[in-house]
Design a protein around this ligand. Structure first.
Ligand SMILES: [Mg+2]
Length: 412
């Protein structure tokens, strides 16, 4: 058993809202929410009125009439989130990113002349990026994550292994991994509010509320038994994106722009990771929520937006012609799997002429590759919306929830 606190959990505070306040100084100190119909993130000023993420926009306005809703600068969220997590990489290679604004790191053996790594990391994120970040340090991942929640806003909590159970048992149960609002309510009904109270519940009693497997896990975590290590460098096996359509007619003019938009998102991610893939899968969901998938595995991996879009269109056409009675689409999804580990542009000339533009080594294939690289470069500098492929730019507007889903889907 580890006897020193070396696991660090770093979590940017009210992340999306903090980035909006960073980009627009006139929003600082004000109650703001990112989103519209639903609150996706709220600034601390808004939280003090009871506004929280997941709440309907109407309810949030009732609680806080001066609440300002702002749009999402998704490219900036990604950029700033990456930069903050990169600060941790300066201390140790043992960094496990778990979402856009959160990561674990193991700082064992990581000493510094001018202070403790967590303190330096916090002040660097504050000084270099202008964002508040909270850090918890403990002997296990679970306890480090609880410590960072206790540290909020903008704080540092280091849990001494000697007294860790005293610290843990005083905390409310909802800080535990796996305890959501429903479980919290049910525990409250039987008088269990703290992690210490949960730790001392008889197993059968807890199992009756959360089931057997979750009961055993929660009991272990309540005694700080958490053997999970920091996992670094695990690679994505696929990349995908989906778009809910409501109810739209199953026609070319509906599915083509949607597929272009999805292909643009997926292919950009493949290129950013230098991981082209060979298997393309589309999912088509009809009005009755029944869905079908179609896929194809290519001889060579692809990552060009136009190529992925064309293949996806062909697959969707096939799916629709196999289901001539289905007249309504409710969702479309594209994913690419069988990802290659390294980029290799095929310089050998292939084979079937009709496929020529899809081959990265051919003249047309090279033109697509060059166009994509130009788009990626411009977006890196000026943002996602600065440039795009004609039909994508003019296509369905990118709704806020769609973009948030993309951030959440993203393998980091
Ligand atoms: Mg956060």
């Amino acid at each position: 058993m580890e006897t020193t606190a070396t696991i660090l959990h770093a979590d940017l505070d009210a992340f999306y809202a903090s980035v909006e306040q960073l980009l627009d100084p006139s929003l600082r100190g004000k109650a703001i929410a990112v989103g519209g119909g639903v609150v996706l993130a709220a600034s601390y000023e808004a939280k003090s009125f009871g506004v929280s993420s997941g709440m309907s926009g109407r309810r949030a306005r009732e609680l806080c009439p001066q609440l300002i809703f702002v749009g999402g600068h998704f490219q900036d969220y990604q950029r700033v989130g990456d930069a903050a997590i990169n600060v941790l990489n300066d201390f140790t290679p043992l960094v496990e990113r778990i979402s856009i604004d959160e990561a674990f790191a193991d700082v064992a053996g990581c000493t510094h002349l001018f202070g403790s790594p967590p303190e330096i990391a916090r002040s660097r994120v504050r000084a270099e990026l202008g964002l508040p970040i909270s850090i918890g340090v403990a002997r296990t991942k679970h306890l480090a994550k609880i410590a960072s929640q206790v540290a909020k806003p903008d704080g540092l909590v280091v849990v001494d292994p000697q007294t860790e159970l005293d610290f843990l048992h005083d905390q409310p149960v909802e800080l535990m991994w796996g305890v959501g609002p429903v479980t919290r309510e049910r525990l409250a009904e039987i008088g269990v509010h703290t992690i210490g109270q949960l730790a001392k519940m008889p197993g059968w009693s807890l199992e009756r509320i959360v089931g057997r497997a979750a009961g055993e896990k929660l009991t272990a975590l309540a005694w700080n038994r958490d053997p999970r290590q920091i996992r670094t460098g695990h690679r994505a096996q696929s990349a995908g994106a989906q778009s809910a359509l409501g109810k739209k007619p199953a026609e070319e003019q509906v599915f083509r722009p949607t597929l272009r938009h999805l292909a643009d998102r997926v292919a950009s991610r493949l290129r950013a990771k230098s991981r082209p893939g060979r298997t393309v899968t589309v999912r088509v969901r009809f009005a009755d929520l029944h869905s079908v998938t179609r896929s194809v595995t290519l001889d060579e991996p692809i990552s060009a937006t136009a190529t992925l879009a064309e293949i996806a269109e062909e697959l969707v056409r096939t799916a629709l012609s196999d289901h001539p009675d289905e007249k309504t689409l409710s969702l479309l999804a594209i994913s690419v799997s069988h990802l290659e580990k390294h980029w290799k542009v095929q310089l050998e000339l292939p084979l079937e002429l009709e496929d020529e533009k899809r081959q990265p080594g051919t003249k047309k294939g090279m033109a697509r590759w060059t166009a994509d690289r130009a788009v990626d470069t411009i977006r890196d500098r000026f943002g996602w919306d600065a440039v795009g492929y004609g039909s994508v730019v003019l296509g369905p507007s990118r709704s806020v929830p769609d973009e948030f889903r993309e951030l959440a889907e993203k393998e980091l």
